[in-house]
Design a binder for this molecule. Structure first.
Ligand SMILES: *Cc1c(COP(=O)(O)O)cnc(C)c1O
Length: 387
């Protein structure tokens, strides 16, 4: 067998739905020497990691740590620990990730009631209220905060109140929202939450920060049946991430270094500043797009700052535009999925990637490519609208 040449990654501007670009400090942190996963130095680092995650989630939950695996592992972690066969679960479905939650919940044996909205729209409180009335004993309501497949942000507070009035738990997917817009786990009374590292935290993919409050933890501890997954069982993971430090599985050492470095950057910038930066760059992009006659496909008033779903104009070859951006400009953007396939481009402004400079770089390249693809577009108008 011929040995492949050493892999050399190109330097891309990652403006898709994730991963986003990671800061140099984060990548440098990963290249440090390995230590053992029970080394006192590593254990101290884990404690700092948990503390910083609490600060970013705005929670005091003791059980806050990164699950080994990407965002979907965090999703499975929450469902496998909280759901037993036969439990009634309500899931908001308005895109890819709500659909995935249904799939995961059903694999846990849940009886799932879907609350559906059109892709691009939010899940409204009255829809959840109605579902809660129709389900006899709802145990859990699961929602995607920021739907990365459509660019819509579902407000959580009012829904949280309805869920708790009905005696159920609230599970929230914050994979794309965390670090890019307000996420307030304690203030919103969210019982279980998961996120991912490679979206607005700007860390490579590989860990899924999670947090369970006392109520959720109690549900996981008092199960009648064993958690279906040995790897994701919080009762076992707690002995490693808690004070006992008992071996469960080998923590992905370098990924934990990276997350530690990434969280330091988030907290050094400050959550409020970081949210404001994401908002400003989204608004700048949106007004530049309006100046060249393009608009966003997601619901007005609920559009994500970190993911812009641009409606593809008639007569433009959607895939060709993405291909040229990648090949000629080293810029990656995302395609539409499901019912939005071919209808939108997904332009991410997540974490490190969300800067005025990157918005300008994107617009210049995008306008040029649109012209090449037969849609007359004036780059000067777009850039002037940035102000
Ligand atoms: C990316 C994403 C996930 C899945 O995360 P992976 O890291 O791809 O496993 C889940 N939910 C949302 C909202 C996402 O954007």
């Amino acid at each position: 067998m011929q040995i492949a040449p050493a892999f050399k990654a190109p330097t891309r501007l990652l403006m898709g739905p994730g991963p986003s670009n990671a800061a140099a400090e984060v990548l440098a942190a990963m290249s440090q020497p390995l230590v053992g996963h029970l080394d006192p130095v590593f254990v101290k680092m884990m404690e700092e990691l948990k503390g910083m995650l609490r600060a970013v989630f705005l929670t005091r939950n003791e059980m806050t740590f990164p699950v080994s695996g990407t965002g979907s592992a965090g999703m499975e972690f929450c469902f496998v620990n909280l759901i037993e066969p036969g439990d009634e679960v309500i899931v908001g479905v308005n895109g890819v990730f709500g659909t995935r939650m249904v799939e995961v919940a059903e694999r846990c044996g849940a009886r799932v009631t879907k609350v559906e909205s059109g892709w691009g729209n939010i899940i409204a409180p009255q829809q959840i209220a109605e579902a809660l009335r129709n389900v006899s004993k709802p145990k859990l309501v699961a929602l995607v905060h920021a739907e990365t497949s459509t660019g819509a942000l579902t407000p959580v507070e009012e829904i949280s109140k309805l869920v708790h009035d009905a005696g159920a738990l609230l599970l929230l997917d914050t994979v794309t929202s965390l670090g890019g817009c307000p996420v307030r786990i304690d203030e919103w009374n969210v019982d279980a939450v998961y996120s991912g590292t490679q979206k607005c935290l700007s860390c490579p993919p590989g860990l899924s920060p999670v947090s369970l409050n006392a109520r959720a933890l109690e549900v996981a501890r008092r199960r009648r049946t064993k958690v279906q997954s040995w790897y994701l069982d919080v009762n076992l993971l707690a002995s490693y991430w808690g004070q006992e430090r008992v071996y469960h599985h080998t923590a992905p050492i370098s990924m934990n270094y990276a997350l530690h470095a990434a969280l330091r950057l988030v907290l050094e910038e400050g959550l409020e500043n970081r949210w404001r930066r994401h908002k400003q760059n989204h608004l700048a992009l949106k007004s530049a797009l309006a100046a060249i006659g393009l608009d966003l496909a997601s619901q007005e008033g609920h559009q994500l700052w970190q993911l812009n779903a641009i409606r593809v104009p008639q007569s433009v070859d959607e895939a060709e535009v993405r291909r040229r951006l990648l090949n000629d400009f080293n810029i990656e953007i995302g395609a539409g999925l499901g019912p939005l396939k071919g209808k939108i481009w997904r332009v991410g402004l997540m974490g490190e990637t969300s800067s005025r400079e990157n918005v300008q770089l994107f617009l210049s390249a995008f306008c040029q490519v649109l012209n090449e693809c037969g849609r007359k577009t004036d780059p000067t108008a777009a850039l002037a609208a940035l102000k």
